[in-house]
Structure formats: structure tokens, C-alpha cells
Design a protein around this ligand. Structure first.
Ligand code: NAP
Length: 304
């Protein structure tokens, strides 16, 4: 086998795993779908919660991770993984262009946010349209903002934003929320929160940046315009795990691991947003990458 370890994905989790593996002198190949383009943070205007680098742009942080991994001699290839095969101790990573072999594999393919698909959403992404309240909320201190969705993430985002924003609208398409009752009660008790029931976003409006949203009431059909400086979309996330389902156990597409990022298949690990985890941030993805590389090293040294 040419490589001891194959890492699938070159976001913060995959690149951290590559740095750790390289320092452990494990021969490593990183397979990325697009050269320099795969990570979600590339499109983040500013990352304010990565310790020591407050305010760095997502693009610059991604490049720093990449340069660090490259300086360690990590090898990269651009290909799209379609499946992993397990033949005793050998893992076959099947891609569109080639098939690669390794003793261990770390899946670090991340996740993508479900989009609303409303006009203006793509245009104003990073200009008031955000998919991460924890990352971007502080930019809208004392402003009026909206959160779209009715699940736990939407409720937690809305609660988080009530602490810094002047007014928080929660826009939900039905007349009942999906998220936990306790969070619903907490949000309803907030003076600066308002739930807009039976409402869907028809469009996000603005000139340079987001200035408001057009809503349609699904019961009355009535259209309205609500001025807001930011729209936080929290309508679910989709793990990039389609190629691995059936090979490793998952829950709703999120790969199940133990605390050391081991799946139940020996020699296959998962790190970052693609795995079932309570927090999906750059820092937690990096931590996962370190844990997964460490666990892969232990596995490879065990001779299995
Ligand atoms: P989720 O539970 O699937 O909720 C997504 C919400 O977005 C739903 O309210 C859904 O409406 C709405 N929605 C979906 N597509 C939409 C669209 N096109 N337009 C408008 N609204 C749309 O997703 P999540 O909140 O991201 O949470 C993901 C998982 O993590 C869940 O299992 C959640 O329970 C879990 N989680 C748990 C905790 C916790 O336990 N504290 C915290 C965070 C997340 P409908 O309700 O009408 O379907």
C-alpha cells in the first residue's frame, strides 16, 4: 500500500488530521473534491470565534490551514469519492478517477446548510444572509434580525441573538415549532423576540447588504415586508455522507462515532461536521481532526 492513511476532505477537520498524521510520520493522502475549494469557511466573511485570530476571513483561515498541511509534506489529490470498500485490513477508497488503498481512512467531508431557495438568498450570502448565528451574530449588535426555521437550531440561534440584537423575528412555516418545548418557552419569554407563524420567505431584499425580507403568510396568502439587517437561515443541515451510507453506521446521514472519532468499522474514522456531534464549528472540527488522526495512528500501530 502506498499510503497508510487516506483523509477524505480538506476542510478544518481533514487538514488538522493531515497535520497530526504527518507529525506522527504516517504516510497520508488527502482527497479533496475541488482543489482549494472544499471548505465551508471559504465563504465566511469573518471568523470571530477561532482563538487567537479574531476577525480573520474564512478564506484566509482556510488558506493558513492548507499552507500548514502542505508545509508538512502532505500529499493532495483532487477526486470525488464514491464509496469505501473494506477488504480485511485494506480500505479501498473508490473515486471517479482512481481507486486508492490505505490501512485507515478518515471521513472529513463536512456538511452543507439546507438553503431556502428564496430570491436574494445567494446574492446576500455573507452580506446579511448567514447560516451560523454563533459565528456572525455579533456583527448585528443592536440591529433587528430574523431567524428562519422552527427546529432546535433555529430556537437556539434565536435565543442566542436575543442577547445582542434589538429585535429577533423567528419565521416559521407552520403554526407549531419542532424544537424542544423548553427552548420555545425561553424564546417566548423574551421581550425582544417575536414569532411570525405560518410564514415563508418569498425574497430577501437589499442594495449592497440585506435590508429586509418579503414574507408570505401560508394561511391568508398575505404578503408583507419586514426590515431586518440579517437573515439567519436555520432550516437544517445536510451531511456530505452520501458515499458512505451503508458502509458506516449513521443517524439521519450523520456518521456515528465514539468520542475518539472511531466508527464501528475498524480503521474508518469520521471527523468534523459529517459526524453526529453537538457543535459544528471550526474549532470543534479541528479538535475532531486531531482526535481522529491520533486514533488512526493507534489503529495502524496495532498492526490490524
Ligand atoms: P430540524 O430539526 O430538521 O429543523 C429544521 C426546521 O426548518 C424545521 O422547523 C422545518 O420546518 C424548517 N424547514 C425545513 N425546510 C424549510 C424550508 N425550505 N423553508 C422553511 N422552513 C424549513 O433541523 P435543525 O434545527 O438544524 O436540527 C438538526 C438536528 O439537530 C435535529 O435533530 C435537532 O433536534 C438536533 N439538535 C438538537 C439540539 C438539542 O438537543 N439541544 C440542538 C440543536 C440541534 P417543519 O418543522 O415545518 O418541518
Amino acid at each position: 500500500m502506498k499510503y497508510e492513511l487516506i483523509i477524505i476532505g480538506a476542510g478544518p477537520a481533514g487538514l488538522t488530521a493531515a497535520i497530526y498524521a504527518s507529525r506522527a510520520r504516517i504516510s497520508t493522502l488527502v482527497i479533496e473534491r475541488e482543489a482549494f475549494g472544499g471548505s465551508q469557511i471559504i465563504n465566511t466573511e469573518s471568523v470571530d470565534n477561532y482563538p487567537g485570530l479574531a476577525g480573520i476571513s474564512g478564506f484566509d483561515l482556510a488558506m493558513k490551514f492548507r499552507e500548514h498541511a502542505q508545509s508538512m509534506g502532505v500529499e493532495f489529490v483532487t477526486d470525488h469519492v464514491t464509496a469505501i470498500g473494506v477488504e480485511e485490513d485494506v480500505k479501498l477508497v473508490c473515486c471517479e478517477k482512481n481507486t486508492y488503498e490505505a490501512g485507515a481512512v478518515i471521513i472529513a467531508t463536512g456538511a452543507r446548510h439546507r438553503r431556502l431557495g428564496a430570491p436574494g438568498e445567494a446574492e446576500f450570502a455573507g452580506k446579511g444572509v448567514s447560516y451560523c448565528a454563533t459565528c456572525d451574530g455579533a456583527f448585528f449588535k443592536d440591529k433587528d434580525v430574523a431567524v428562519i426555521g422552527g427546529g432546535n437550531v433555529a430556537l437556539e440561534d434565536a435565543l442566542y441573538l436575543t442577547r445582542m440584537c434589538r429585535k429577533v423575528y423567528l419565521v416559521h412555516r407552520r403554526d407549531a415549532l419542532r424544537g424542544e418545548k423548553i427552548s420555545q418557552e425561553q424564546l417566548m419569554a423574551k421581550e425582544n423576540a417575536e414569532i411570525l407563524w405560518n410564514s415563508v420567505v418569498s425574497s430577501i431584499e437589499g442594495s449592497e447588504r440585506t435590508e429586509g425580507m418579503k414574507l408570505r403568510n401560508t394561511v391568508t396568502g398575505e404578503e408583507s415586508f419586514v426590515p431586518v439587517s440579517a437573515v439567519f437561515v436555520a432550516v437544517g443541515i445536510i451531511p456530505n455522507s452520501e458515499s458512505f451510507i451503508g458502509t458506516v453506521p449513521d443517524e439521519d446521514g450523520f456518521i456515528l462515532t465514539d468520542a475518539e472519532c472511531r466508527t464501528s468499522i475498524p480503521g474508518i474514522f469520521a471527523a468534523g461536521d459529517v459526524r453526529k456531534t453537538p457543535l459544528r464549528q471550526v474549532i470543534t472540527a479541528c479538535a475532531d481532526g486531531a482526535l481522529a488522526a491520533n486514533a488512526a495512528g493507534v489503529y495502524l500501530r496495532s498492526g490490524k
